[in-house]
Design a protein around this ligand. Sequence first.
Ligand code: GDP
Ligand code: IMO
Ligand code: MG
Length: 429
Amino acid sequence: MANVTVIGAQWGDEGKGKIIDWLSNRAQMVVRFQGGNNAGHTIVANGKTYKLSLLPSGVIQGKRSIIGNGVVVDPWSLLDEIARLDAAGLKITPEILVLAENAVLVLPLHRELDAMREDAAPQKIGTTKRGIGPAYEDKVGRRALRAIDLMDLAALPAKIERLLAHHNILRRGFGVADADGAALVKSLTEIAPKLAPFIGSSWRELHAAKLAGKRVLFEGAQAVLLDIDHGTYPFVTSSNTVAGQAAAGAGVSPRAIGTVLGIVKSYTTRVGEGPFPTELKGATGEKLGERGKEFGTVTGRKRRCGWFDSVLVRQTVITGGIDGIALTKLDVLDGFPTIRICTAYQLDGKTLDYLPADAGAQARVTPVYEEMEGWSESTQGARSWAQLPANAIKYVRRIEELTGTQVSLLSTSPDRDDTIMVSDPFVDR
Ligand code: GDP
Ligand code: IMO
Ligand code: MG
């Protein structure tokens, strides 16, 4: 049975949540495999808007949803999210949600460290201050707490003591008080019984799903240009966001991840600091931001906006392992008399067809554009290819040519139903 893995192909906020919600109707299980509550996914369905950060987007359609071992989980934030959905009429029971026992916990001390570093840094990353980077550091440093640690409360104080031995040295360097170990033990002890019913095994869930012939959808957060290896380092997140991470972050064979769908916005946005060759700082960028409602779901920050950059997407198709594209927000370009696409970069008199690895060079490349005629008709809410104006189709075809990848899904509004399927990613290729 074919599975599908969904990843972001730019700098995040491409509309992964919308596409995963739509696709989850065709799957039996949805699995998050990296990131944490730095992610913000908005889903609009049946007249309601849902905002998810940690919960896999499959929960909206009531699909069995796994928070895989590759995710870093702020347990308080997870409980808040469950409570928010409950208030919106969606019950997240242990029949729906499984939290991997070997997923690392994000603690208040991680959030504090993230914020202290950002506030003190001469060159900020512009993180979401959710403690994601510090939590992954503790994971790699082999001192993190994991979900399973909530199942053995007697052993918790010693684990916390070990963790604080490291953190208090950092905190003293920032001139702040030591972390209160006893208070942390107490608050984790309080929430442990609420989380315990959800704690299980990601790899065993997935193995059982495979034996039962179930279809699985792997849900990426962030995007390839924020990948710790393949992104615009150091202006990246602290996990691998490429498709290969789906295997490691869930506990399955790399062969099980299936077809990889890269979510691509019809233009480009970025939140936080870092290079952005096609960024538009004037009126056109403002217009894209207004039409696209480009404000961050997590931090409310205004997203930086610019033209579509085919150099970047051609590259992330390769580094991310993308087989097909879901193109979103085409409707945002309605009414632009002309539309530009970046097809190459200039750097020191040379033409480049890729983004160089050096951060200094990334900041200095200038885009080479080609211009296309826009369309005055509305594509908003289009549900069939036939409803699209000729110039919009030309634009989509040009993106396919330049990125060397076919558009398999097309999205024309935030609403679940405003999605055009060109080819079914679940069908074996
Ligand atoms: P994610 O992080 O990749 O899941 O994306 P976000 O949810 O953070 O940001 C995408 C935003 O665009 C959300 O507010 C979606 O509701 C919205 N969106 C998704 N697809 C479309 C589309 O095709 N057209 C328009 N206008 N908005 C869309
Ligand atoms: P979704 O899943 C957009 C960005 C932050 C910052 C950098 C590092 O909604 O697409 P972090 O808090 O992860 O250490 O911040 O990464 N960032 C995102 N940008 N969408 C996201 O997630 C993001 N998650 C992190 O703005 O630049
Ligand atoms: Mg988002």
